[in-house]
Design a protein around this ligand. Structure first.
Ligand code: GA4
Length: 327
């Protein structure tokens, strides 16, 4: 366990006093039974945890970091050739189609190798290299994701323990890779220490695997109503429960609200792999998580396609799951 203390920021927070919070750190080299129980507990209590001993080679991470940094260092007119993000491609300031804004620029890629290869042509001069680097990174984080999903199902006692990882491995899975670049704030211009890089929201998918460089900015919102800054750890991954996981567990897990602040210290670059099922996959709680009539499903059945459409019709911070509540 790691004890974190929120640092004061100029962004309004809902707490007056300094508080501390423990966030779970999952060591993937731990003994399996204990590991699966710990993962379930972390998902249930926080919807957020750090993963160590994940087996992703440092070089795979370093190459991805290098390609990302190379792209964002390009002149604006060159980057714009890879845009606008609708939703995939290069975007800046605008997040999604409904007026959300943030202090960042980003690349949003469908994680399917064919899409990566197509998109790379507008992103990098050596597009073959760029797509190889992205595909290697995606394959590696996909393995971490699948391992976590298998562990969760084991921990929950679901008999078909590959039921979720097989959706992520499916050739038609709708996984996405996002690279966010938050330029450092000019303190003189802004006059304060922080600004919102990416506003508060939960991720719509099943699970998010995030890593960043050594510049902080990520904050998670706790059940107690506190924004907790997460110290960066460039060699490790952070995992976030998404909305679909909340539905699959019938509310046992809850998707975690989070946001990113920019700062005057340096540029932050983060990479998120959003693990999602194929578009036509129907989302309902796992059989193990419902027992009608006492414990019925809290949600109406919907496909990932229905959910994505709802997501893109709403604002970043909206509670999209409310549209799919039973009754
Ligand atoms: C949040 C999580 C992912 O970054 C993302 C985002 C997507 C986008 O940037 O295109 C959305 C946002 C995210 C949720 C609400 C909608 C869609 C922007 C937006 C305002 C790629 C995703 O899947 O949902």
């Amino acid at each position: 366990m790691v004890v974190l203390s929120p640092s004061p920021t100029s962004i309004k927070t809902s707490y007056k006093k300094k508080k501390t919070m423990k966030i779970p750190t999952i060591d993937l080299s731990m003994e399996r039974t204990e590991l699966s129980e710990t993962v379930v507990k972390a998902c249930e209590e926080y919807g957020f945890f750090k993963v160590i001993n994940h087996n992703v080679p440092k070089e795979v991470i370093a190459r991805m970091e290098e390609e990302g940094a190379k792209f964002f260092a390009k002149p604006t007119h060159e980057k714009r050739r890879a845009g606008p993000a609708s939703p995939f491609g290069y975007g800046f300031t605008n997040i999604g189609p409904n007026g959300d804004k943030g202090d960042l620029e980003y690349l949003l890629l469908h994680a399917n190798p064919l899409s990566v290869s197509q998109r790379s042509k507008t992103i990098a001069s050596d597009s073959t290299k760029f797509s190889c680097v992205v595909n290697d990174y995606v394959e590696a984080v996909k393995e971490v994701t699948c391992e976590i999903l298998d562990l969760v199902l084991e921990g929950l006692g679901v008999p078909e323990k590959f039921a979720l990882s097989k959706l992520i491995r499916d050739v038609n899975s709708d996984c996405v890779l996002r690279i966010n670049h938050y330029p450092p704030l000019n303190q003189k211009l802004k006059g304060n220490k922080n600004s919102i890089g990416f506003g508060a929201h939960s991720d719509p998918q099943i699970l998010t695997i995030m890593r960043s460089n050594d510049v902080g900015g990520l904050q998670i919102y706790t059940r107690e109503g506190l924004w907790i800054p997460i110290p960066p750890d460039p060699n490790q991954f952070f995992v976030m429960v998404g909305d679909v996981f909340q539905v699959l567990t019938n509310g046992k897990f809850m998707s975690v609200r989070h946001r990113a602040l920019t700062n005057t210290l340096g540029a932050r670059m983060s990479m998120m792999y959003f693990a999602a099922p194929p578009l036509d996959w129907w989302i309902t709680p796992l059989a193990k998580m419902v027992s009608p009539p006492q414990n019925p499903s809290l949600y109406k059945p919907f496909t990932w396609d229905h959910y994505k459409k709802a997501t893109y019709s709403l604002r970043l911070g909206d509670s999209r799951l409310d549209l799919f509540k039973a009754q």
